[in-house]
Design a protein around this ligand. Structure first.
Ligand code: 1HE
Length: 267
């Protein structure tokens, strides 16, 4: 198995908890966690390694009051990049975010404050988003003379639909509160700490068998890229592997002998 050494990361603070739960914190609060190229490389490294390092679930958190201010605009301004350079940078963003979405390890984002531009692109690559009452979402690229380059056209459109996505980009519309959650920008909205809720959800996810989580956190995304015919085929093959895994036998036995919990409605 590969190993993750938290000391190798500068812009990400990585806390390894018991049960293979990792809390990965964007750690440039002075810059509102703006994504400079170094941070993107650290996200590529981390999410490339996590699936082979026994990580059972990741909480993606942020230091300070804001989740993420998106592309580091100051670095971008100072670097004065050529079109080819920026294209290649965007491909590193995609590398990082695709590793998150398709890597097979549950990633739960704990949102607060600004989740804007590339910050929303990052959040939308997580499998679950939890927002608190301070959280707001926007795509300010249009006003800055820019365009999204980290997957918003794909993932934000998946979350809220084409018309709302275009409106956000064109007019700078900000979504927050219950309305944002109702639209699907987050699956959970809490009164208290989004981090506490995200940790609860990650602990719950980490109780699933790793192979089951691998299927959940890669197959659904892959299948969206396939025809229905190919997706049905892929699902059958995957279920063949997952649903006969030796580690599942004890869980099935517990159901058969009536010791396993039953599925009941919430109180
Ligand atoms: C930054 C960035 C940044 C803050 N790049 N340095 N994203 C945006 O257009 C969002 C731009 N940021 C903001 O609108 C605000 O900074 C926030 C709402 C996020 C936070 O406001 P506030 O009042 O708490 O902070 P601030 O005073 O604006 O900024 C504090 C510091 O963070 C300051 O640095 P300092 O050295 O002067 O203290 C800011 O320069 C720095 N900072 N945001 C660089 N984004 C692959 S394409 C993706 C396209 C995009 O993502 S476009 C970016 C959209």
């Amino acid at each position: 198995a590969q190993k993750i050494d938290p000391a190798q990361f500068k812009n990400l603070a990585i806390e390894v908890q018991d049960d293979g739960l990792h809390i990965v914190t964007l750690n440039r609060p002075d810059k509102r966690n703006a994504l400079n190229s170094q941070t993107i490389e650290e996200l590529v490294d981390y999410f490339s390694t996590a699936p082979r390092a026994g990580v059972r679930a990741v909480v993606l958190a942020a230091a300070g009051d804001h989740f993420c201010a998106g592309l580091d605009l100051v670095e971008h301004h100072q670097a004065d990049r050529t079109p080819a350079e920026f294209m290649h940078l965007c491909m590193r963003w995609h590398e990082a975010f695709n590793k998150m979405e398709y890597g097979g390890v549950p990633v739960i984002a704990a949102l607060k404050g600004a989740v804007v531009g590339g910050g929303l692109e990052l959040a939308s690559a997580a499998h679950i988003r939890v927002m608190d009452q301070t959280t707001y979402f926007a795509l300010p690229e249009g006003q800055r003379g820019l365009f999204t380059g980290g997957g918003a056209t794909i993932r934000v459109t998946d979350l809220i639909g084409k018309a709302r996505m275009i409106d956000m980009m064109m007019t700078g519309r900000v979504y927050q509160g219950q309305e944002a959650a109702n639209l699907g920008l987050a699956q959970y909205i809490v009164d208290g700490s989004s981090l506490d809720k995200a940790i609860d959800l990650a602990r719950r996810a980490a109780q699933n068998l790793p192979l089951t989580n691998f299927a959940i956190c890669s197959a659904v995304s892959h299948m969206q890229n396939m025809s229905a015919l190919d997706a049905a085929y892929a699902e059958s093959v995957l279920a063949g592997v997952v649903n006969t895994q030796p580690d599942a036998r004890a869980r099935l036995a517990a159901f058969a002998d009536k010791t396993a919990a039953r599925v009941r409605p919430n109180d």
